[in-house]
Unconditional design. Sequence first.
Length: 340
Amino acid sequence: MRLKAPQDQTIIGESPAFLEIIDQCSRAAKHDRPVLVIGERGTGKELIAARLHFLSPRWERNFIQVNCAALPENLLESELFGHEAGSFTGANVRRIGRFEEAHNGTLFLDEIATTSLSAQEKLLRVTEYGTFQRIGSNKTQQTDVRIIGATNIDLPTAADRGDFRHDLLDRLALDVITLPPLRHRRDDILLLAFQFGQRVAQEREWMSFPGFSDDMVDALMQHNWPGNIRELKNVIERAVYHSEDEYAPVDTIEIDPFQSPFRPQSIIRKEKNGKSEVSRVQTPLLDGTPVDYGQATATFERTILEDALESSKYNQRDTAKFLSLTYHQLRHQLKKHNML
Ligand SMILES: Nc1ncnc2c1ncn2[C@@H]1O[C@H](COP(=O)(O)OP(=O)(O)O)[C@@H](O)[C@H]1O
Ligand SMILES: [Mg+2]
């Protein structure tokens, strides 16, 4: 199945899991309610969000995209809702926010889980009443915007932890489209690989695309693709760009050595002689399944603390020095992890 998306982005896939998503997307597009698109990085969330807009009755209006993770908290609010001149340092002129820009259209809030609770409160109001205020203004504005949110984290868990408002989640979750990781739609790997390969061959002005060698096909099928379609695209582009003979099947798969699911985490250790050394620390991270960021970083921190305590024979002042922390910073960390 080839479906035209904007910016000449073709959505490719034939696996049952993918076709189900496309169906769900077509149904959700029609009914003009908020939609959440959930999926690991690189699974195509942006493509699906665009598709939702272009299949919706709003398709001729603006499709505005904001990456919520790209801006600090206060700037994000002004980006979304606009501000009046003089409302904060640096706000010299009035600025129209993205909600106003997206009026009658769609606003795609990518990485929505990273928004602050204060921004979430404002988002809740817009989704419930269609109203908001520019930062620094008392005047209430009315807007008619369809919100599509995307994230790669589990929002119910975030809500239970108090990082995401339950009420906003309920509002946004009228339709939830969860994209399968590439490793769960293996039927699509070669199809996608071929398409990406063909595109590069065309760019290189080859007569035709010679396909992949058997070894390369095996390697593509065996890899777990933690970076999903984005990773596959990069691997294929690299392989086809590096291939020297346009008539020989592409044979050199170069899966980024740094993108291994078993990639160890490194920390810099300082030696007594003042030199630094990079050493490996075993962490529970990245085996290709979704990760709870909070839990994973806490485990990582605890591992470092335990390791440092042990090698300093449990002397806290030495441990602090070992980790370049003050004694109080170390105590704070130990308390945080219930290690006192
Ligand atoms: N079904 C698909 N068919 C073709 N290309 C895809 C598909 N899904 C994703 N891609 C490509 O993979 C890359 C990552 O997609 P993107 O939508 O940015 O993922 P996400 O937002 O989930 O990280 C993009 O280059 C996109 O064009
Ligand atoms: Mg994305």
